[in-house]
Design a protein around this ligand. Structure first.
Ligand code: BTN
Length: 237
């Protein structure tokens, strides 16, 4: 199955995520994509603002209807992360500049260039939001994709690459290939042993990245030698 993407492009929206959560989209086809040129109230993970006041970046959300078991929820964002990595890496002057950082960040030379937000709506549809700083990097310590590319990229071409690749990965994921995809995520990610600090549930843990488990949780090796399973949190390098 190659997904039948139905792309709606808008000039300006508050948040592409919220459009797909509107009741009139609750029966929309899987593969419905909402893209906007400017996003005025974009959200990131953990309630953060995702700045979208400049045209030329990629802001989109797409709708999925997988029959999810609870432990699979965390896997979807990781599958989307692989799609972004595979879509972006061949465009780079130095392909090694790109790494995935758990759970859903795409870094270029250590700075965040893209993020993924996975949410569900009232009817358990899954909404995957993707933001990529293609033409402008709105905040300090963020990266602009076009600074790293062999040739400037248009956000619509990047969108098509991401959707095409995700379609194939999603099919494989539905066919129970998570075991292989898990390895593909790790192959694109920060190497095991990378020192990191993780903030979760009001606690701070320092240690080294070990791996991600089957549910997509982060496994952190701490200074006292324990392995911590982190289901949600924020990683600082
Ligand atoms: C993150 O890294 O925190 C996730 C950022 C996700 C941003 C995208 S932009 C398109 C979609 N609409 C939103 O409001 N957020 C996501």
């Amino acid at each position: 199955m190659i997904m039948n993407w139905r792309i709606e492009t808008h000039d300006s929206l508050p948040s592409t995520q919220d459009v797909l959560k509107r009741p009139e989209y609750s029966n929309a086809a899987e593969g419905t994509v909402i893209q906007t040129r400017i996003q005025t109230a974009g959200r990131g993970r953990r309630g953060r603002v995702w700045v979208g006041d400049q045209a030329g970046n990629l802001y989109l959300s797409f709708l999925l209807r997988p029959n999810l078991k609870p432990q699979q929820f965390g896997q979807i964002g990781l599958v989307a992360g692989i799609a972004l990595a595979q879509a972006i890496r061949p465009l780079l002057k130095n392909p090694a500049d790109l790494v995935l950082k758990w759970p859903n960040d795409i870094l270029l030379a250590g700075k965040k260039c893209a993020g993924i937000l996975v949410e569900t709506d009232a009817t358990n549809n899954v909404i995957v939001g993707v933001g990529v700083n293609v033409k402008t990097a709105p905040l300090e310590h963020t990266a602009r994709l076009n600074d790293f590319c062999v040739a400037p990229v248009h956000e619509d071409d990047l969108r098509d690459r991401i959707l095409y690749i995700f379609s194939d990965l999603y099919k494989r994921w539905l066919e129970n290939e998570w075991g292989v995809l898990h390895g593909e995520w790790l192959a694109n990610a920060l190497p095991a042993g990378t020192p990191m600090t993780v903030k979760h549930g009001g606690q701070i843990r320092t240690g080294w990245f070990e791996t991600i488990d089957d549910g997509g949780n982060l496994i952190l090796r701490t200074e006292n030698g324990t392995r911590e399973i982190i289901m949600c949190g924020e990683v600082f390098l």
